[in-house]
Design a protein around this ligand. Structure first.
Ligand code: GTP
Length: 292
């Protein structure tokens, strides 16, 4: 499950970027007013002690997760920018003009840094708009992207489970919407605990979820997993404050992709199987090919 908080990352990035501009303004003031740069600007580790550098250090993993090459370049150009500031500051501190090479270096590294930051920000925004804030699950668009990326790999056997909570409206009506939310969070946590790395879960719509099992050895494996999910949810009702429990049941339709089958078609088949499961009484797993 995606747990990294990209939304927080973007807001921290904005604050850090502002701090970076303030640092640049300090050197500009020194140059214009012929004042001595402060001690911190002259330190060789200025790129670690400035607020922006601290932000980079604290969010190293996030930067590397998004793009390793770009992360390395960002860290490098940030250091180069501070080195250039120091070189500019040395003659200024002696009452002499700075030199053009250092100024060019400062401008080039700053422009590269802003370019990298724009990339990271766009990417992080893109990530969090594809994540469901209630459950932390990727949303439907991500399912499409992941499916397309894997489809082109060839030799890919995939099973898709379309899961819908039974009588969820009644849970909301009986216990309130926020308890309904808790039920969904519980369902996701419980289901997720059963998944292996080659299996992913998505929030498809309100109380509809999709589980994709990649690299199936046999189609039976997808059915078995769906049955495990159903049983596990049925056996772990949500506990509420007064000691009562809210029972959860789900109906799951399973479809195994045929070679080159478009995602929309696969979903339609799994959804149809789920719909038949609802008609047959809910709390069950249906695989279309088993019906005839
Ligand atoms: N609490 C909560 N409710 C939601 C959320 N998303 C959708 N719902 C509710 O889920 C309910 C789905 O109801 P229905 O589509 O009628 O289905 P159902 O009651 O589960 O009945 P069956 O699917 O036929 O078993 C609606 O009342 C929605 O308001 C959510 O994020 N949180």
């Amino acid at each position: 499950m995606q747990t990294f908080d990209f939304q927080n990352f973007v807001s921290a990035l904005d604050t850090a970027q502002q701090a970076h501009f303030e640092w640049s303004q300090r050197i500009l003031r020194c140059a214009v007013l012929h004042t001595r740069p402060q001690e911190d600007m002259m330190r060789t580790n200025a790129h670690h002690i400035c607020l922006f550098g601290q932000f980079l250090d604290q969010h190293k993993i996030a930067f590397y997760t998004i793009n390793t090459d770009r992360a390395e370049q960002l860290f490098l150009v940030h250091k180069q920018m501070h080195d250039a500031i120091r070189s500019i500051a040395i003659p200024i501190s002696k009452g002499k003009p700075g030199n053009k090479v250092d100024l060019d270096e400062f401008e080039t590294s700053q422009a590269a840094m802003l370019d990298h930051l724009a990339y990271f920000k766009t990417n992080a925004i893109h990530q969090y708009t594809q994540i469901d804030s209630l459950t932390g699950l990727p949303l439907r668009q991500r399912l499409t992207q992941d499916f397309e990326a894997k489809k082109n790999r060839g030799n890919w056997a995939v099973g898709l489970m379309f899961m819908d909570v039974d009588h969820f409206k009644a849970i909301n009506d009986l216990y309130g919407h926020s308890m309904g939310d808790r039920v969904l969070q519980h369902l996701v946590k419980q289901t997720h605990s059963l998944l292996e790395p080659h299996q992913s879960m998505y929030r498809y719509g309100g109380e509809e979820f999709v589980v994709v099992s990649n690299d199936l050895v046999e189609s039976y494996d997808a059915l078995e997993l769906a049955e495990q999910i159903r049983a596990s949810l049925f056996n772990t009702p949500v506990e509420i404050e007064n000691g009562d429990t809210i029972p959860i049941s789900v109906t799951i339709g399973v479809a195994i992709a045929s070679e080159g089958e478009p995602l929309a078609n696969l979903i339609e088949r799994a959804d149809h199987a789920m719909y038949l499961g609802k008609k047959q009484g809910r709390n069950r797993v249906i695989h279309l090919e088993n019906l005839n």
